[in-house]
Design a protein around this ligand. Structure first.
Ligand code: DMJ
Length: 429
């Protein structure tokens, strides 16, 4: 953004953060997932953006990588997610045990990009080795879950068993786990590339068959949304037409994958999913998609007409039947997909959609010192909360900035962005 002086000032401050003194941390434990995607990813991308010149940033990423590596120090080599820096620093390996830890699929499956790039940039293969073990476990069970191709939101953490969970989604607790399969195809540059490619394609075939649906909306827009699948005891699968802001990333991912693998079906599905999220923005009373919402799903993707009888009682909601969680948390996933659609198709209509969204979000969320999360976007003028997550700047604003910049800036031929939108350089053969 031509903010060179600010970048230098921020770097000088960030490299002084003392991760070796746990007494300075505000919590006793931290999340391996969040620390990896936000901190390690942030330091690595900042290092890349100095053209790999400011080695202090790489050293800091490696310092954190070494501390996080201890979370893998368990008999089965699988990482804990809740992790204590105090224990890690003193290295009593037996204290770092799985079992009492969280069992969220995304937390386990979304460490690959940062650990791989750390290995590539430092030449130390331990980090890649650590995450590749996770990939082997996921690969080994991909075909034997209750919805073959996808992994359940939650798994049996004692045995690293994914065969029993019956809830499947691309939203909360899952999404970056799938995102990283595709992005590892670009990043890994080794024989594991084909492994990630086949895992990604299998997962998306399943999602296309079981998770995506066409909602019935008053203007009959030909759009798709990503819902949830539940597999019942007798083996049959039901689609729940409940969608999340978080799952809006999937349109951009499919478009990017469609371009990489020259798959027009994926490109078109990605376009319709992205336009589904854009529909939610232009339709909700505040002009912003809620965190979690429900719509009426049509049985057919080709014939889906607004039916006044079926919509009786909910027509006042303009196609939304409910918003189980009506907040807006300044999340990026909708503009993220619109950005990818713009970069993959070159169609400037995505810039127009982005500009409408930007103006609405700015009008609704701006405060004196930053931007605020909203309590309820299903009313015209939502109340602001005293909260702003770091992903507002790392992701949401970055995608808005990039969609109005030259495609040469962070070109997707040269960079792949992690789930926190930190750009990593794609290794060239
Ligand atoms: C981000 O921190 C990351 O994208 C993460 O994977 C989950 N979602 C938030 C932003 O919504």
């Amino acid at each position: 953004m031509d903010l060179g002086a600010e970048f230098k000032e921020a770097t000088d401050a960030a490299i002084k953060i003392d991760f070796s003194d746990p007494d300075k941390l505000t919590k006793d434990t931290i999340s391996v997932f969040e620390t990896t995607i936000r901190f390690v990813g942030g330091f690595l991308a900042a290092f890349e953006l100095t053209d790999c010149k400011d080695l202090r940033l790489l050293d800091k990423a490696a310092e954190l990588g070494d501390m996080l590596y201890v979370a893998f120090d368990n008999p089965n080599r699988m990482p804990t997610n809740t992790w204590s820096p105090k224990i890690a620093l003193n290295f009593p390996e037996r204290e770092q045990r799985p079992g009492s830890d969280d069992n969220i699929f995304a937390h386990l499956a979304s460490l690959s990009m940062e650990f791989t790039r750390l290995s590539q940039l430092t030449g130390d293969a331990r980090y890649f080795d650590a995450i590749q073990r996770i990939t082997q476990v996921l690969h080994g069970q991909q075909a034997s879950t209750k919805l073959p191709g996808m992994w359940p939101q939650r798994y049996d953490v004692e045995n690293y068993d994914f065969r029993h969970g019956h809830k499947f989604t691309l939203g909360a607790e899952a999404h970056s786990g799938y995102e990283y399969l595709l992005k590892m195809v670009l990043l890994s540059g080794t024989e594991s590339t084909s492994q990630y490619e086949s895992m990604y394609k299998f997962a998306m075939d399943t999602a296309i068959d079981h998770l995506f649906f066409r909602p019935m909306v008053p203007d009959n827009s030909d759009i798709l949304l990503s819902g949830k699948a539940i597999v019942h005891a007798d083996g049959h699968t039901s689609l729940i037409p409940e969608s999340e802001h978080l799952s809006c990333f999937v349109g951009g991912m499919l478009a990017m994958g469609g371009r990489i693998f020259q798959n027009e079906t994926h490109l078109d599905t990605g376009r319709k999913l992205t336009e589904g999220c854009a529909w939610g923005y232009r339709t909700s009373p505040a002009g912003i998609l809620p965190e979690n919402y429900q719509t009426i799903s049509c049985l057919s993707r080709s014939h889906c007409k607004w039916d006044v009888m079926k919509a009786r009682g909910v027509e006042f909601r303009r196609g939304f039947t409910a918003a189980c969680d009506p907040q807006y948390r300044l999340r990026p996933e909708a503009i993220e997909s619109i950005f990818y659609l713009y970069r993959t198709t070159g169609d400037t209509k995505y810039q127009d959609i982005a500009w409408e969204m930007f103006q609405t979000i700015e009008r609704q969320t701006a405060t004196e010192f930053g931007n605020a999360e909203l309590t309820n976007v299903m009313i015209d003028s939502p109340r602001k909360k005293d909260a702003m997550e770091s992903f507002w700047m790392a992701q949401t604003l970055k995608y808005f900035y990039l969609i109005f910049s030259s495609p040469e800036l962070i070109s997707l031929d040269d960079f792949v962005l992690n789930t926190e939108a930190h750009p990593f350089r794609i290794p060239k053969p």
